[in-house]
Write a protein that binds this ligand. Sequence first.
Ligand code: SF4
Length: 300
Amino acid sequence: LGRSLGVDLVPYKTCTYDCIYCQLGRTTVKTMDRREYVPTNEVLSELDQRLAEGAAPDYVTLSGSGEPTLHSKLGEIAAAVKRMTSIPLAVLTNGSLLWDPAVREDLAQADLVVPSLDAGDSTLFQTVNRPHPTLLFERMLDGLRMFRKEFKQQIWLEILLLEGLTGSQAEAEKIARLAEETSPDKIELNTVTRPPAEDFALPVPLQQLQRLKNLFGAHAEVIGDANIPEPMARNAVMTEEILNLLDRRPCTINDLAQGLGTTPSEILKAMDPLLDRNCVAAINTGGRQYYRRISGRGEA
Ligand code: SF4
């Protein structure tokens, strides 16, 4: 999405899924309950402030460290964002709640919706996405189909393939057939490129991913992250950049995300090992959580 201004609508790891590949770790709150998880007015005033400060992203993106369609005021937020700015509005969703007419209505105001489809049958859906017990594969698929019929703007379907599970020709073919039924405008193929929630979530080699792409038609592409030949190198760069910023001053997770042009979720993920190794300490000041360096550069 180029430069994207991410708006996080749910608390960390509040999700309908517990994907084995999730870069944020295991889901702590697995739920299907739509609620106002974070106050709508606070979300909007923070966004308004960022835009007033001159942020000029290519997209305002509702996403974050969980499933954004769980926020019950999603439609209200989307409408307010559209009134606030002419920057296109994108929503990154796992697509698990699209069978709900209220969710589809809330999403109607977006310019781009990026839902996921990671499995070609119920068994692999359970294995890969570990959904909430009440969420059935067919229901999720029906949601994707219904959403395509109603939504007139762009849908880019994201498909994350895993070695030994969904990364084979046979499994990818099954996913490709289902993807075709949902008629996305674009298909983005991806694989694991950051430390996953489970060690057994393995990346599909890039060459294999490029071959599998042909199953998904002309509008499929292997997206950015999967094109990084040495995915772990990205984490090393992120760690170095975080330490560079903390050398200058203590920062909140949001400060770091803004400073490094990434999402709070990515910063949190990179922060865990730094805390474990006592390179960084968390300090609470005035109700806000800051992070500061506590060791010399050589120790990181
Ligand atoms: S990858 Fe997305 S959908 Fe899957 S558990 Fe993580 S936040 Fe939820």
